[in-house]
Design a protein. Structure first.
Length: 188
């Protein structure tokens, strides 16, 4: 079984609730490290503007590039659910090879000398049968999580979304529902 995320870009308004909830739950202080973050794409000029948001965290890839890149073997993938985890004790401070390898920039660092940290799928909540806090905190229900087979059955196939890197090499465990740019014919 592989656990993963679903993200509906059409629903996301960029409110940052998922980001704040994640930081607070995981005791990640204010600063550059965020286990979940928001990317924004903007195009056009007034009055023809287009904006989309992309809420991302570790994608718990089927083929994580970070594992292969880590010189300390500090990153592993759990057999039972596919969650990618870091052993912070084994991590080499300041190395950042994992971040360079990850197309989604999921490995996070609090400063130049810190050890890597990232989304752990809220393991503490998962053990209690609960979903990750980012999922339950989203006011517009743009996020969901669960076994990939169930997510595919509910939401369909993966798909690409504006701002999301090429998934072909790492095969991220995420299903995206894209917000499409309006066609010129659709404009008033």
């Amino acid at each position: 079984m592989q656990l993963g995320f679903y993200f509906d870009q059409r629903r996301c308004t960029g409110c940052y609730t998922c980001v704040v909830a994640c930081k607070q739950w995981n005791d990640v202080p204010a600063g550059p490290a965020s286990w979940r973050w928001l990317a924004t794409e903007e195009e056009g000029r007034f009055p023809d503007l287009w904006v989309s948001h992309l809420s991302l965290s570790c994608c718990h890839c089927y083929d994580p590039a970070c594992i292969q890149a880590c010189p300390a073997s500090a990153i592993s993938k759990r057999d039972q659910d596919g969650i990618v985890l870091v052993d912070r004790e084994a991590c080499i401070s300041g190395c950042r090879a994992c971040r360079e390898a990850c197309p989604y920039h999921a490995p996070q660092f609090r400063d130049d000398s810190s050890k890597m940290e990232m989304c752990d799928f809220c393991l503490d909540r998962l053990e209690e049968g609960k979903k990750p806090l980012c999922v339950v905190s989203c006011p517009l229900r743009a996020l969901d999580s669960g076994p990939m087979e169930e997510l595919r059955a509910t939401y369909g196939g993966a798909g690409l979304a504006p701002g999301f890197p090429d998934p072909s090499k790492t095969r991220p465990a995420i299903i995206l529902r894209a917000k499409h740019r309006p066609c010129a014919a659709d404009s008033p």
